[in-house]
Design a binder for this molecule. Sequence first.
Ligand code: DAH
Length: 339
Amino acid sequence: MLEKIEQLIKEVNALKAASAEELESLRLKYLSKKGAINDLMADFRNVPAEQKREVGQKLNELKVMAQDKINSLKEAFEAQKAVDEKPDLTRTAYPVELGSRHPLNIVKNEIIEIFSRLGFVLADGPEVEDDWHVFSAMNFAEDHPARDMQDTFFVEAHPDIILRTHTSSVQSRVMEVTQPPIRIICPGRVYRNEAISYRAHCFFHQVEALYVDKNVSFTDLKQVLLSFAQQMFGPDTKIRLRPSYFPFTEPSAEMDISCNICGGKGCAFCKGTGWVEILGCGMVHPNVLELNGINSKEYTGFALGMGIERITNLKYQVKDLRMFSENDVRFLKEFEAAN
Ligand code: DAH
């Protein structure tokens, strides 16, 4: 028996494995339940009593040695594997896919930047609003058609809670807690109950501006509008104001700019007129000031609101409004250069 053990010790000492599979079969051969070492253990009880001590020690030595040997072969394998798989630091990097900003955000930021330079600061308000801030505080009559279900999304079971139909609600949100001077710009999403098509969507984006102080005049409004139009669309841009009506401004106007697609000559976009409408504006109605806690004898103001999609279309000629919200990466990629 001793000889057998010595023989195995030599064998195990010389073990080599060329692959993980080979190593596993060696482990089975020597160390498993049916392996060579266990066979010897089973024979141990036949060893004469006076040899038990010596044989037992040798047997143990063999077992520990075999375990160590198999373990060290395994470790060597794993170390080799790590070396083989070490990343090649000299290979070129994977191309990192860069995202790009959404065109509406690009244009929104540009609008904010222009107004910031004129001293306007950012403000915002909730998209889920109450009737007061969207309509009543903005001087809409009780029976104004804009309050109609056809135009406005209502929150079910809460007839007073609606999705704001314009960012003008933020005017009220700011005035009710701030005394003049007020000079704010507020971009945001608005909702209208419209059938979705290439030129209408149930949600879109607006930017609202409001300036209230002593002696604010229509001349101030016009100068801000001209400055904005020329910074946004180029120094040769002309503006024209047409009388209009909004409940919250008096007088009210709509502003056209000379069509920046045809330069004012007339094209399909401006329907041959050379002009395109881009925003609504006016002097804040005294009722709006009073309804929101501002003394209309002391203060005057102007306000304006524009659709970001419209401005974006003018800058980038996006033909279908739905493209803005479909998240088609091919569309978004076209704006990488504008980032
Ligand atoms: N709220 C108007 C709309 O959604 C836009 C607007 C017009 C805003 C005139 C104003 C304004 O502040 O003075 O069509």
